[in-house]
Design a protein. Structure first.
Length: 168
């Protein structure tokens, strides 16, 4: 029934809650588990350094400080490469958790919900399994919900695991 299952993750506890579901489904159906994360390029701060677009910066310019100091941007410190490394670590850690399952890892760029849907379409994904932070009320309204956007617009089934699912 399922040959390719997509598990999008941001490395959060909410996403981790869905990993067991994704693993169980991949094992039960002898499916490949695609583990991906997204560098959110819709944020105006991502990927900008002191040499960014039109001189844009994130944080403080570290001209007189150690460029490796947290929160500082200097010539030797590239935020985008740091984010890429962190993203790669997130998908590799998730892949390590599902030992024994065929996995493919990917780091995509773009608005998260769009990148997830594009990846699903381009890779013949049969099912998306993702976690949610379980925000409600004004916090959900202000922050939005990637999971909700994926559910509303996906062409394939989406299984949502909420933080705390399966603990009872």
């Amino acid at each position: 029934m399922y040959e390719h299952i997509l598990f999008p993750t941001d490395g959060s506890d909410g996403a981790a809650a869905a990993l067991a579901h994704a693993r169980n489904l991949a094992e039960a159906h002898d499916a490949t588990l695609h583990i991906m994360t997204v560098l959110d390029t819709s944020s105006p701060h991502i990927g900008m350094t002191s040499a960014g677009p039109e001189g844009a910066t994130t944080g403080m310019i570290a001209e007189e400080h150690d460029a490796s100091e947290p929160g500082m941007v200097g010539e030797e410190h590239n935020i985008e490469s740091s984010l890429q490394e962190r993203a790669q670590a997130i998908v590799e850690a998730a892949a390590d958790e599902v030992d024994g399952v065929d996995t493919v890892t990917a780091v995509e760029r773009g608005p998260p919900h769009s990148a997830i849907l594009d990846y699903a379409s381009e890779n013949d994904i049969d099912l998306i399994v993702m976690g949610t932070h379980g925000r409600t009320g004004i916090e959900r309204y202000l922050l939005g919900s990637v999971a909700e956007k994926v559910v509303r617009t996906s062409d394939v089934p989406v299984l949502i695991a909420r933080l705390g699912d399966g603990e009872n």
